[in-house]
Design a binder for this molecule. Structure first.
Ligand code: ATP
Ligand code: MG
Length: 418
């Protein structure tokens, strides 16, 4: 028997209702704040991700699904959404006449990581971006939306971590201080960090290897190096969050794994996930649009790990299970034919319908109706056909009433929707 590929998964009925609920809530919330959906391709030119995510990242170094397509072009299955959204923003000139755009997308991402709990090779993200807006209020809005969504989904034990990564003016001085510190602990760093230490020292702060984390205990804080503008923006972000009552902690170790981030950076962490504690991450990437050949415009965004969110949402999947309003139980071929027409018409009228197509006893059909949680059962057999009525049974009260066959669809639809 052929099984699915390691690190990939099916989302089956029973679980999928939770995914649908999360997606519905996210779309509703984002659209209320003016975010519009964008759908981007799964496959892009590899160059797009190399340039936007950066060569020294885990993603580009070892996680991308990259292959030559039959025409010889090197293509990559998207490992994240921001690069593609920015490409589309530039390519379709979505910045004109007004650069401010709120965009979101929901869909699968692909990274060839070591599969483990909370880490898949195809996973899903809910991604939101505010392009063309420099104000730290945009960052505050994103953190607010994340915490608001998680609250609506009854996620417990979440904490927003915020930091500033500085800008081209002030980051170099931090980078220098960090590099000096890293030189002094170089023998304790993992292989990746030893390599990145000189080329991209900020990445070392992001390393998950416990020995590296320990070695970094004495690392300098970027917050001691912020320039006046970055300091002001970081204060504005914090003041906005405080005024909204959004709980947050300042976490000077928080850096994003991607090259294009500047200033505000944030992550939503939860104790409910064990080692994979980040359920969403994001921040400002003021340099990416220009770096990808577009105008010099700022932007900020987040990505939620959908799989992880589904794991920690405090919703009862049993309560989300769709249940039929009406189960049609027919006995005999003629009755089944009549019932089938009602089934189609009532479904079309907005009633959730279910029906047994085979020849089964009334008892076993009632049992099936009960199992599926049907609120009503419409019963019809030869006898009812001859009498010109069908029986409608309320499964809760067990009370039954007769419904004339003439105009049955209208009558039942009216009774069930009132
Ligand atoms: P991590 O630190 O867990 O590796 P990341 O920094 O690589 O995360 P981002 O690129 O910021 O993650 O993606 C945003 C979110 O997507 C993460 O916070 C996480 O919830 C989710 N995510 C990332 N990689 C995976 C994966 N392989 N499987 C499931 N979810 C993932
Ligand atoms: Mg990762």
């Amino acid at each position: 028997m052929i099984q699915l590929i390691r690190g990939f998964k099916d989302i089956l009925p029973g679980e999928v209702e939770l995914w649908q609920k999360i997606e519905r809530e996210a779309r509703e919330l984002l659209e209320r704040f003016g975010f519009r959906e964008i759908r981007i391709p799964v496959l892009e030119k590899t160059e797009l991700f190399r340039r936007s995510i950066g060569e020294d990242t885990d993603i580009v170094e070892k996680e991308m699904y990259t292959f030559a397509d039959r025409g010889g072009e090197t293509v990559t299955m998207r490992p994240e959404a921001t690069a593609s959204i920015v490409r589309a923003y530039i390519q379709h000139k979505l910045y004109a006449p007004d650069p401010a755009r709120r965009l979101y997308m929901v869909g699968p991402m692909f990274r060839r990581e070591r599969p483990q709990k909370g880490r898949y090779r195809q996973f899903y993200q809910i991604d939101a971006e505010i392009l063309g807006v420099a104000s730290p209020l945009a960052d505050a809005e994103l953190v607010f939306l994340l915490t608001s969504l998680f609250r609506r989904l009854s996620v417990a034990d979440v904490e927003a971590h915020v930091n500033s990564l500085g800008c081209a003016a002030c980051r170099p001085s931090f980078r220098h201080a960090l590099q000096e510190m890293l030189a002094s602990v170089s023998d304790r760093l993992c292989e990746d960090c030893s390599r990145r230490r000189s080329r991209n020292p900020l990445r070392v702060l992001d390393c998950k290897v416990p020995e590296c984390r320990a070695a970094l205990a004495a690392a300098p804080s970027i917050l001691d190096h912020l320039c006046t503008d970055c300091r002001r923006d970081f204060d504005l972000l914090q003041n906005a969050l405080a005024a909204l009552g959004v709980p947050y902690v300042v976490d000077p170790r928080l850096v994003r794994g991607l090259d294009y981030y500047t200033r505000a950076t944030f992550e939503i962490q939860t104790g409910a996930l064990g080692a994979q504690s980040a359920v969403a991450g994001g921040g400002r990437y003021d340099r990416l649009i220009a770096e990808l050949g577009g105008p010099d415009l700022p932007a900020t965004g987040f990505a939620i790990g959908f799989d992880r969110l589904a794991e920690i949402a405090g919703l009862n999947p049993e309560e989300l299970r769709p249940q039929p309003d009406l189960f049609l139980a027919a006995l005999g071929a003629r009755a089944r034919q009549a019932a089938f027409a009602w089934y189609c018409r009532l479904g079309e009228r907005g009633i959730r319908v279910a029906m047994e197509f085979g020849e089964k006893s009334l008892k076993s059909q009632l049992k099936a109706a009960d199992r599926e949680g049907a609120a009503w059962v419409l019963m019809v057999g030869e006898e009812e056909l001859a009498r010109g009525t069908a029986s409608l049974r309320d499964m809760r009260s067990k009370r039954q009433r007769e419904v004339p066959l003439a105009g049955l669809v209208d009558r039942v639809a009216a009774m069930l929707t009132e």
